[in-house]
Design a binder for this molecule. Structure first.
Ligand code: EPU
Length: 423
């Protein structure tokens, strides 16, 4: 919809307290994991996002009955009548996370007919780590242009060594392995909090999973998993975005349900910029901003490193801090698409190659008309609008709806001037 945009005005210091929603990137694989069970499960703290609606459609396509009560944050999913292992291409293209349906389908039916997933254009994003390990597990894979078929007589437990700690590949292999007889290990596994949340629900279903040195997930196959009730973790990416919004506007906010352990290195770097971070041992994070923040270099990395999904947002904080810094993006090779728009607003960011940006802090930004190219860029541009003189119009609103639940309302509750405009 090209006639929709987010209008952001320069806003005073954000102050107050808001609750953080459930995590999209935990909820999506957790929804897929329900395919491993037969019965009625209830998921709580599910955010209302278009990516979640797309995953609901995928489950329904397979034969699940889903009752969504987004006002309550619950999804009731009956997987008893799941009968299909085929997902139409147009459905796979809606999100990247659709790929995590493969592992559960392989576990349940020993076959799956899907297409290459869609998702944000932030890198090449191949799925070779997924496919080569499914092959190692015993699946035969046929690929015809964009369509992929997997079929196995039997699945075998193995030692799966990942080239890189890919979040999606770890989740997919884990879900395929939980019902496979014997001991499977995923070595060099992703250990993101969202992976831990998936392990949490699988364990509650009856799976036997443990973590071993070094970054290895060990699975002892069980015969059956049962339906469960499970509450999704809070979103560390939304928490990070809100903290940055407070930091750049000279604000002071508290997020009572944010989990500091999920973002320790990120919080440490905000402190290095001069902001005060107060972690409540009972849970919750408060940020009291520095009036004169200094520019600090960041580097994204798999957890416990700084999340690549926070990179475009952190850059906004760098753009308006004193001095010069670098941003090294190590996870994706095309994740600086927000930079030309930040520069249009008066930022001084130079992209060097595919993984490095140099940022020279500026005193002020000017409002502009900008276009969000992916989920996290949409939020970065909104945050930049909060500190830019005048008015900023952010187009590409569909990206925002994919990833941030009621974030405009939360920012308004903290004092921001932001509204959706539909012409
Ligand atoms: N990679 C491969 N081959 C593979 C898999 C991954 O080369 O088979 C590469 C990717 O191209 C990338 C790197 O490995 O360069 C890491 O990718 P990863 O598989 O970890 O990412 P993902 O599972 O596709 C999830 C999140 C992303 C987040 C990344 C990294 C979901 C639904 N998506 O993607 O979130 O950036 O992990 O933490 O969980 C977002 O929410 O905005 C988002 C993009």
């Amino acid at each position: 919809m090209h006639n929709e945009f987010i209008l952001v005005k320069k806003s005073g210091p954000l102050t107050g307290q808001v609750l953080v929603s459930g995590a999209k990137n935990a909820a999506l694989p957790i929804m897929a994991s329900l395919i491993l069970t037969s019965g009625v499960s209830v998921l709580k703290n599910v955010p209302h996002l278009t990516d979640i609606e797309s995953m609901v459609s995928l489950l329904e396509e397979l034969g699940a009955k889903v009752e969504a009560n987004y006002a309550m944050g619950t999804l009731t999913v009956d997987t008893t009548l799941i009968h299909s292992w085929h997902i139409p291409e147009y459905m796979m293209k809606k999100t990247r996370a659709s790929i995590v349906i493969l592992g559960p389908l392989l576990a349940r039916f020993k076959q799956a007919d899907v297409a290459f997933p869609g998702g944000d254009a932030i890198g090449a994003r191949p799925i070779d780590y997924h496919l080569k390990n499914f092959k190692k597990m015993g699946a035969q894979i046929t690929q015809m242009e964009d369509l992929i078929s997997l079929k196995a007589e039997k699945l075998f437990s193995q030692r799966f060594v990942l080239d890189y700690p890919s979040v999606g590949a770890t989740q997919n292999i884990l879900m395929a392995a939980v019902l496979v007889q014997g001991v499977s290990c995923i070595v060099n596994a992703a250990i993101e909090p969202e992976v831990m949340d998936l392990i949490g629900i699988l364990q509650k279903m009856g799976a036997q999973i443990s973590l071993e040195y070094p970054a290895t997930i060990k699975v002892v196959g069980v015969k059956k998993l049962h339906a469960v009730e499970y509450s999704i973790m809070t979103d560390r990416l939304e928490a990070g975005a809100l903290l940055i919004a407070a930091a750049i506007t000279g604000g002071d906010i508290t997020l009572p349900n944010a989990c500091a352990q999920d973002m320790e290195l990120f919080l440490m770097k905000l402190e290095e910029m001069g902001h005060e971070i107060i972690v409540d041992p009972q849970g919750g994070i408060r940020l009291k901003s520095s009036k004169n923040p200094v520019n600090v270099s960041f580097k994204t990395a798999p957890y416990p490193g700084i999340a690549t999904d926070l990179q475009p947002l952190i850059m906004v904080a760098q753009v308006v801090s004193n001095g010069k810094s670098e941003m090294i993006e190590t996870v994706f090779e095309n994740r600086f698409l927000h930079v030309p728009y930040l520069n249009l607003m008066g930022a001084r960011v130079e992209v060097l190659g595919s993984h490095k940006a140099v940022i020279i802090g500026v005193k002020k930004l000017q409002g502009a008309t900008v276009i969000a190219t992916d989920i996290r860029a949409s939020c970065a541009l909104v945050l930049a609008g909060l500190v830019a003189d005048g008015v900023t119009r952010v187009y590409g609103v569909s990206h925002w709806w994919r990833g941030y639940e009621s974030m405009d309302q939360k920012l308004r509750d903290l004092g921001a001037e932001i509204e959706f405009i539909k012409l």
